[in-house]
Ligand binder design. Structure first.
Ligand code: SDX
Length: 428
């Protein structure tokens, strides 16, 4: 029996259908709200508003649950690989051995980029933030593959764009880093797996032999899995709304990269390390920074803490925290900011302000400590987040397109001046 919700307004009663998903989440379908009652809803930040139905990722913020296509994140982080998880998110099922090999081979053979893209790269000063370089080069793919501008392309052509994106993102990400370092860029090595190829392009120098450390490659693969999708977050919603105008997939992903860049979203992993370094430089007084985070007159926030949806531990934070101990021990790295992070976490989890607001460590709180141990510089942390989130963005864009969703166009409540006549300059 389908449920419904009733609304009374100005003596009139209205009834709207309630839809319930496969995990028993329910939503009022307000598609006819304005037509029947003249009302719209108002929900800044969309804290209570579902933008779509989706079959890709399920998360339960109260219980700290995260699943990609029904598979637990804990299992995927432990047993899967980033390319296998990418296939799962985009095509909906875990691949067979043959499907996985085809997918991997396709990606390996699309890692090169047009040489003219280097001219775009050379136009960026070395102080350009890698996220700006990355989003620009991804958007530049619309110029090198103009067929992507056709909204009525075949499924095969759309799939080729998907392969190109996953294949070329590591090349662009490492080139952005090389531009910043003033080093020559490296070309992909098709004999290596996805993460090893990334590490070699990132760190190899012409003057020296470079061997990929399997510990580093495995740690990176796990981190990319943990970042691969997270339902309708800020950057994913950006990718969907840009894609809803029938803009190309490259333009949509480029927009998602820019949304992720902000310090309240993916940029938090860079801000966490900068915060921990500041605490260390300031004598390691975690309590002082906790008090700053609680002070309403101080704009400082405890970066890496809190979440729009998780009101319990972010399951990714738990996995990354454990991985941080493992990876640093295996690499023989002793990073004092890890101890500061743990002290800060302990203090916050026992502080009434954080308890009352259900503020827990999120995915960004520990990830930067591992990236740093892998030799990745701080301003590349959000690029790493984008590399991980790419298959999720693609899967969500593809779902939006296959569901034939309408162009996204929210309404507003106008609170400006009422009608008034124009006043000529000499009378103002
Ligand atoms: C990501 O959405 C996703 O799924 C994102 C993500 C993904 O995988 O895509 O999970 C990745 O973006 C993780 C979040 C990374 N950002 C940070 O770590 C930045 C620090 N955190 C916050 O700025 C904040 O917690 C947000 C932005 C993450 C969530 O903010 P909300 O949901 O809008 O909550 P809010 O700002 O309304 O805060 C509620 C209360 C407020 O206090 P009161 O006004 O009720 O007194 O909690 C306080 C806030 O001041 N608060 C914090 C805090 N986060 C919230 N106070 C101190 N430090 C913090 N970190």
């Amino acid at each position: 029996m389908s449920e419904s919700a009733k609304l009374s307004f100005k003596g009139q009663d209205y009834e709207f259908p309630v839809i319930t998903g496969t995990e028993n989440e329910s939503a009022i379908d307000i598609a006819k709200l304005r037509a029947t009652s003249g009302l719209i809803t108002l929900d800044p930040g969309y804290k209570n508003t579902g933008a779509t139905t989706s079959a890709i990722t399920f998360l339960d913020g109260e219980e700290g649950i995260l699943r990609y296509r029904g598979y637990r994140i804990e299992d995927l982080a432990e047993k899967s690989t980033f390319l296998e998880v990418s296939y799962l998110l985009i095509y909906g099922e875990l691949p067979t051995q043959a499907q996985y090999e085809d997918f991997s081979k396709e990606i390996t053979h699309h890692t090169l980029v047009h040489e003219d893209i280097k001219k775009i790269l050379e136009g960026f000063p070395s102080n350009a933030h890698p996220m700006g370089v990355l989003s620009s080069m991804i958007c530049a793919l619309t110029a090198f593959y103009p067929d992507s501008l056709n909204p009525n392309r075949s499924e095969e052509e759309v799939n080729l764009s998907i392969i190109r994106l996953i294949a070329k993102m590591p090349t662009f990400a490492t080139w952005a880093y090389k531009n910043e370092m003033g080093h020559p860029v490296n070309y992909p090595d098709n004999s290596l797996d996805y993460c090893s190829n990334f590490l070699k392009m990132m760190f190899a120098l012409p003057a020296e032999k470079y061997d990929v450390d399997p510990i580093v490659s495995a740690a990176l693969d796990k981190l990319l899995i943990l970042h691969a999708d997270h339902e309708q977050n800020c950057s994913t919603s950006t990718v969907r709304i840009v894609g809803s105008s029938q803009a190309s997939i490259y333009a949509s992903i480029s927009a998602g990269i820019n949304a992720l860049w902000g310090p309240l979203h993916g940029g938090a992993n860079q801000s966490v390390i900068e915060m921990l370094e500041a605490i260390k430089a300031d004598g390691g007084d975690a309590k002082k920074y906790l008090d700053k985070a609680k002070d309403k007159n101080d704009p400082f926030r405890l970066m890496g803490f809190g979440h729009r949806v998780y009101k319990n531990f972010d399951p990714r934070a738990k996995i990354i925290k454990k991985a941080a101990d493992d990876v640093l021990a295996k690499l023989g790295v002793n990073d004092p900011v890890l101890d500061i992070a743990k002290e800060l976490e302990h203090a916050a989890l026992n502080d009434q302000y954080f308890i009352d607001r259900q503020l827990y460590p999120n995915v960004d709180f520990y990830s930067g400590i591992i990236y740093r141990a892998l030799g990745i510089p701080t301003d590349m942390f959000t690029v790493m987040f984008a590399l991980g989130r790419l298959p999720g963005w693609i899967a969500q864009w593809k779902e939006m397109r296959e569901n034939g969703e309408p162009i996204g166009r929210p309404r507003q409540v106008y609170t400006g001046a009422n009608e008034r006549d124009y006043v000529s300059m000499n009378k103002r």
